[in-house]
Design a protein around this ligand. Structure first.
Ligand code: FES
Length: 134
């Protein structure tokens, strides 16, 4: 059976911003777009590194987050990968070298968590073990 965790109050998340939160031992990112909130695991599916801390710094605009390590980009509404491993720290590398940077890892989407707003709070669903669903 799934469990729910409160991530924070809705008014703690500014519209159009990406916020990092740690809840119940989970490193998450929260993107608010108007009255809709999207929550993802703060772990890039390429190498499992933070999407908000790294040499390229936090890069988020128009609902898209870019990994600060190797520039993979993800839609925060769906988790869809929009660009896979295109460089390092915000700088692009030639297309021919991208497979080297990818280290053999195949393109993957960002892991999203079901989120809803209840009584002014942002709530996410995690697995019965408290782990984000695989
Ligand atoms: S760790 Fe995110 S693109 Fe490599």
């Amino acid at each position: 059976m799934d469990a729910e965790l409160t991530v924070g109050r809705l008014d703690e998340f500014a519209d159009g911003e990406l916020v990092t939160v740690d809840v119940g031992g989970h490193a998450l990112i929260v993107a608010r777009l108007g009255d809709v909130v999207h929550v993802a695991v703060n772990r890039c599916p390429h190498l499992g590194l933070s999407l908000t801390r790294g040499p390229g710094g936090l890069r988020y605009s128009d609902g898209v987050v870019q990994c600060p390590w190797h520039n993979s980009r993800f839609d925060m509404c769906t988790g869809e990968n929009l660009d896979w491993v295109s460089g390092f720290a915000g700088r692009r590398v030639p297309r021919w070298s991208r497979q080297l940077v990818a280290l053999g890892r195949k393109r993957r989407d960002l892991k999203m968590l079901p989120a809803r707003i209840a009584d002014g709070r942002v709530v996410v669903v995690v697995g019965s073990t408290g782990q984000p669903p695989e």
